[in-house]
Design a protein around this ligand. Structure first.
Ligand SMILES: Nc1nc2c(c(=O)[nH]1)N[C@H]1C(S)=C(S)[C@@H](COP(=O)(O)OP(=O)(O)OC[C@H]3O[C@@H](n4cnc5c(=O)[nH]c(N)nc54)[C@H](O)[C@@H]3O)O[C@H]1N2
Ligand SMILES: Nc1nc2c(c(=O)[nH]1)N[C@H]1C(S)=C(S)[C@@H](COP(=O)(O)OP(=O)(O)OC[C@H]3O[C@@H](n4cnc5c(=O)[nH]c(N)nc54)[C@H](O)[C@@H]3O)O[C@H]1N2
Ligand SMILES: [Mo]
Length: 747
C-alpha cells in the first residue's frame, strides 16, 4: 500500500485523530474493522470534529458519522477531482504550503478542470451540492484527517486512489500536522511489520527493492557472500526480477503463455504460511492450480480453508504452526510503532513456532548455516555461543533496515515500552517519568538509540530529535522538467534548508564538516540507508537535519503510466456508457509475472447485460479474514453463522426473492454461489453486498466432511472470492474485489 511518499501505513496515529476538526473516512469501515481506532474517532467527534463517511454501503461507521455520502464504487478519483475543482475555484488551497513543499500541483489543478461538479455527479452519483458542502467543510476545518483502507485499494485504479487522497491532503496543507495526515488503517495484526520485513515479491526488507546494491546491502548484514546468494538464482536477471504475487501465482501454474515470464517454467510447488488464500479472487483458479501442483504445504495453526477445496489426494501437507499466544517478538502496529509481544504459553501438542519450522526447512534445503549465520555473529559479538531468539533477530532486522530508520530500536527498548505502557500518553504517545523523551513503540523512522521515534511524519515544525522531518528526497533533487525538488524550509534548530539524502560523498559539503580519516574509511561508499555504522546518521542528527533529505512531495509520478491519477471505469462497470470517456489501462504483460488483461477484458462484452447488479464486498465484525480462526470459535460463529447477500427489497422482490430465500449469485467469470438473501437498505437498488469472511462451501456443495475429525469449523459458507470479478490493480496486482458485477436468481 505504498502512498505518494513511497511507503504505507499511517502518517499520523490513532490517538492523534483526537486533534482533528474534521475526519474524512473514505473506503474504510473502522467501526467494524478497527474498533479500537474507532474509539479515537468517536472521541474526536465528542470534542466537536465533524465525521463524513463516503461509502457505497451504509456501513456501521456511516451510522456514527455526521454525514453519510453514498458513492458509486470505483469512482473515488473522480470525487476527489471534483473536490479539488471546487477548492481551486474558491481558492481554498494552502498556497504557501504548496509552493514550499509540493511539486506538480499545477498539473493536478489543470486535470481537475476536467471534473466540474455536474460531471462528477454523473460519474459518482453524489449530488453536486453535497460535494460542495463536504469540500468546504473539510477545507475550512484546520486540521482535517483523512482515513482510508481497502475500499480504495482493491480496484484496478487502487494506486490512483491511494495517490489522489494524499494529493487532496497536500492541497489543503494537512500533511505533517497533528490532527491531519493520511491515516491508512492497516489490516492484519502485524501486517505493517510484514511489509516492513519485505514479505513482498518486489522488494527485499525495508523497501530496498531488488537491485544489486540492495542485495549487496543485505548480504553484508547477513554475512553472506554476494556470489553465493546470486548462485541461488538461475541468473542475475531473475534475482532482480519482481516475483509472482498472491493474486498472480495461479497463472504461473495454469497458463502456459505465462511461463515465459518465469524463465520458461511453471510453478511446481506451493508453501503457504500464515495466509488464507481462499480470500483471493478467482477461487476456481486457485483450486485448479492447487489440483495441478506437484506439492502443496500449509503451515497454519488451523486447517487452511483451501486445503479442503482442492481435490488432490497426495502430496498435500498440513504442518501445525503455533499461534501468536505461543510465540514472542516484535510486531508493528498500523502507525509504524513496534511493540514487544511476550509468549503467553509454550507451543501446545505437536505444533511448532513458524521460525522453528522455517529453520528446519532451511536445513532440509541445505542452507541452514547461511540462514542463521548473522544470528550467530550477533551472539559472538556479545560473547555468547548461542543466539537468543527472537532478540537477536530483532537486532538483525533493526540494524539492516536503515532505509526507514529502524536502527534506533532493539529488543531491550521495545520490552521497556511494553512493560511501562502506562507511562505513555495515549493521545500524543509521549512518554513520561523514566520513559520521558520517547514516543510509544518508537514509530519509524527512529534514527538512533537516542531518537524518540516519529509519531507524525513530515512535521517540519519540530526539531529532528523530537521526531521532526520534511518530505523524503526519494526521486532525485531535480524533476525531469528541471524543477528543484528541494524545499526552502528548515527544521527548527538547523541552519540547513532543503538537501538530498545524506551519503558519504555529500555529507561534508551539506553539513560543512570534515570527517576524520577513520570516519571516512568507515562510511566509504555508503549512504544513510546502507553500510553498518550509524556515523552518517548521527552527524546529520547533530546538525539538526533528517538523514533522508528534506524535499518536496511529488504529485506527478513521471515514470508511471498514469503520471497523475485519473478516473478509469472498473473493468466490469455498472456504467458501461462511461467506458469510452474513461477507459481502463492497456493490457499489461509480465505484471508480477502474469499477463494481465485490462482494456481487453473491459471491452470483451457488454458485461452489464448478463450481470446487471453492482457487487460490493467487505467484512463482518465477528469474523477475521477467511474466517478460518473465528468460525472455529463457538461464540463468534454464533454471531454470524451463515453466508448471505444484502439486497435492496425493491431489487429482491422484482426478482421474486423474499427475505431469507436462498439464491444463486453468478459472477462474471462464470462461477456461482448458493447463499441466503437478506433484504437490506444498507445497499441501494443497484448494489448488493457480500461479506468476505466465509469458506467451506463450494458452488452449493458443503466441504465439511473433508476437514479432519476435530478440526471442523462451527460455521461454513460460500466464499465471496468465488464470484468477485477478474481485475487487478495496475501497479500492485491487488485484486479488484471492491467492485464488480453479478446476477442473482432465486434458487
Ligand atoms: N472484524 C474484522 N476486522 C478486520 C478484518 C476482518 O476480516 N474482520 N480484516 C482486517 C484486514 S486484513 C483489513 S485489510 C482491514 C480492512 O478494513 P476496511 O477497509 O475498513 O474493510 P472492508 O469492510 O473490506 O471495506 C471498507 C469499506 O469500503 C467500502 N467500499 C467498497 N468499495 C468502495 C469504493 O469503491 N469506494 C469507497 N469509498 N468505499 C468502498 C465498503 O463498502 C466497506 O464499507 O480490516 C481488518 N480488520
Ligand atoms: N471479496 C473480498 N476479498 C478479499 C478482501 C475483501 O475485502 N473482499 N480483502 C482482502 C484482504 S485485505 C485480505 S488481508 C485477505 C484476507 O487475508 P487471509 O490471509 O486470506 O485471511 P486470514 O483468515 O487472516 O488468513 C490467515 C491464515 O493464517 C493462519 N494463521 C493465524 N496465525 C498464524 C500464525 O501465527 N502462523 C501461521 N503460520 N499461520 C497463522 C490462519 O489460521 C489462517 O489460515 O482477503 C482479501 N480478499
Ligand atoms: Mo487485509
Amino acid at each position: 500500500m505504498a502512498n505518494t511518499f513511497g511507503y504505507g501505513g499511517m502518517s499520523n496515529h490513532l490517538g492523534d485523530m483526537q486533534f482533528s476538526k474534521f475526519i474524512f473516512i473514505i473506503g474504510a469501515n473502522p467501526a467494524v474493522n478497527h474498533p479500537v481506532g474507532m474509539v479515537h474517532i468517536l472521541r474526536a467527534k465528542e470534542a466537536g470534529a465533524r465525521i463524513v463517511c463516503v461509502d457505497p454501503h451504509f456501513s456501521k461507521t456511516a451510522v456514527k458519522a455526521d454525514e453519510f455520502v453514498r458513492i458509486r464504487s470505483g469512482t473515488d478519483v473522480a470525487l476527489v477531482y471534483g473536490m479539488i475543482n471546487y477548492i481551486v475555484a474558491n481558492k481554498l488551497y494552502d498556497e504557501k504550503y504548496l509552493k514550499e513543499r509540493v511539486y506538480g500541483y499545477d498539473e493536478v489543478f489543470k486535470e481537475a478542470k476536467k471534473y466540474p461538479l455536474d460531471v462528477v455527479e454523473n460519474i459518482t452519483g453524489i449530488p453536486a451540492k453535497t460535494i460542495e458542502r463536504i469540500t468546504r467543510q473539510m477545507a475550512e476545518a484546520k486540521p482535517a484527517s483523512l482515513i482510508w483502507n481497502q475500499g480504495l485499494t482493491q480496484h484496478t485504479v487502487g494506486t490512483n486512489n491511494t495517490r489522489i487522497m494524499p494529493i487532496l491532503q497536500l492541497i489543503l496543507g494537512n500533511i505533517g500536522k497533528n490532527g491531519g495526515g493520511v491515516n491508512i488503517l492497516r489490516g492484519h495484526d502485524n501486517v505493517q511489520g510484514a511489509s516492513d520485513m519485505g514479505n513482498l515479491s518486489d522488494s527485499l526488507p525495508g523497501y530496498y527493492g531488488l537491485s544489486e546494491g540492495s542485495w549487496k546491502h543485505f548480504c553484508q548484514h547477513w554475512h553472506i557472500d554476494y556470489e553465493w546468494m546470486q548462485n541461488r538464482f538461475t541468473s542475475k536477471e531473475m534475482m532482480e526480477k519482481t516475483g509472482y504475487a498472491l493474486s498472480t501465482w495461479r497463472f504461473g501454474v495454469l497458463d502456459e503463455e505465462n511461463f515465459a515470464n518465469n524463465n520458461g517454467t511453471p510453478i511446481k510447488a506451493l508453501v503457504v504460511i500464515g495466509n488464507g488464500i481462499s480470500t483471493t479472487s478467482l477461487l476456481d483458479k486457485t483450486k485448479a492450480a492447487l489440483d495441478k501442483l506437484d506439492l502443496v504445504v500449509f503451515i497454519d495453526p488451523y486447517v487452511n480453508d483451501v486445503a479442503v477445496i482442492t481435490d488432490r489426494k497426495d502430496n498435500l501437507f498440513l504442518l501445525p504452526a503455533a499461534s501468536q499466544m505461543e510465540t514472542s517478538g516484535s510486531v508493528a502496529a498500523t502507525n509504524r510503532a513496534y511493540q514487544w509481544r511476550y509468549q503467553v504459553i509454550k507451543p501446545m501438542f505437536e505444533c511448532r513456532e513458524d521460525h522453528d519450522i522455517l529453520f528446519d526447512l532451511a536445513q532440509r534445503l541445505g542452507f541452514k548455516e547461511e540462514f542463521q549465520r548473522s544470528l550467530y555473529e550477533i551472539a559472538k559479538k556479545e560473547g555468547r555461543q548461542d543466539f537468543i531468539w527472537p532478540d537477536d533477530a530483532t537486532t538483525e532486522m533493526a540494524q539492516s533496515i536503515r532505509s526507514i530508520g529502524l536502527q534506533g530500536m532493539n529488543a531491550k527498548r521495545l520490552k521497556q515500552h511494553c512493560d511501562n505502557w502506562h507511562m505513555f500518553d495515549k493521545t500524543t504517545l509521549i512518554g513520561m517519568g523514566p520513559m520521558k523523551d520517547q514516543y510509544y513503540g518508537l514509530p519509524w523512522p527512529c534514527w538512533s538509540e537516542k531518537h524518540p521515534g516519529t509519531p507524525v511524519m513530515y512535521n517540519d515544525t519540530i526539531p529532528v530529535m523530537q521526531g521532526g522531518m520534511g518530505f523524503r528526497v526519494n526521486w532525485g533533487v531535480k524533476a525531469p522538467d528541471g524543477t528543484d525538488m528541494l524545499t526552502t524550509r528548515k527544521l527548527p534548530g538547523s541552519k540547513i534548508a532543503g538537501h538530498p539524502a545524506i551519503n558519504a560523498e555529500n555529507i561534508e559539503k551539506i553539513l560543512h564538516i570534515t570527517l576524520t580519516p577513520e570516519e571516512k574509511e568507515a562510511v566509504k561508499g555508503t549512504s544513510f540507508a546502507t553500510g553498518n555504522t550509524n556515523i552518517l546518521v548521527e552527524k546529520a542528527l547533530q546538525a539538526g537535519i533528517c538523514p533522508y533529505g528534506n524535499g518536496k512531495a511529488r504529485m506527478v509520478v513521471w515514470n508511471w503510466y498514469d503520471k497523475i491519477p485519473i478516473h478509469r471505469e472498473p473493468l466490469h462497470t455498472y456504467r458501461p456508457d462511461l467506458i469510452e470517456k474513461y477507459p481502463s489501462f492497456p493490457d499489461k504483460k509480465d505484471n508480477f509475472r502474469a499477463n494481465l488483461k485490462y482494456i481487453s477484458r473491459q471491452k470483451e462484452k457488454d458485461w452489464k447485460k448478463d450481470y446487471p447488479l453492482s457487487m460490493l464486498t467487505g467484512r463482518l465484525v465477528a469474523h477475521m479474514g477467511t474466517g478460518t480462526e473465528t468460525r472455529s470459535a463457538k461464540y463468534l460463529a454464533e454471531i454470524y453463522h451463515e453466508m448471505f447477500v444484502e439486497i435492496h427489497p425493491n431489487t429482491a422482490l422484482n426478482l421474486g426473492v423474499q427475505d431469507g430465500d436462498m439464491v444463486w449469485l453468478y459472477g462474471t467469470s462464470g462461477t456461482k454461489i448458493l447463499i441466503k438473501a437478506k433484504h437490506s437498505y444498507r445497499v441501494d437498488e443497484n448494489n448488493v453486498f457480500l461479506p468476505q469472511n466465509f469458506s467451506g462451501v463450494y458452488e452449493g456443495k458443503s466441504l465439511i466432511d473433508r476437514y479432519p475429525e476435530g478440526t471442523k469449523p462451527y460455521a461454513i459458507g460460500e466464499a465471496a472470492s468465488m464470484v468477485t470479478s477478474y481485475g487487478f490493480d495496475y501497479n500492485t496486482a491487488c485484486p479488484e474485489t471492491k467492485c464488480g458485477l453479478c446476477r442473482i436468481e432465486k434458487a
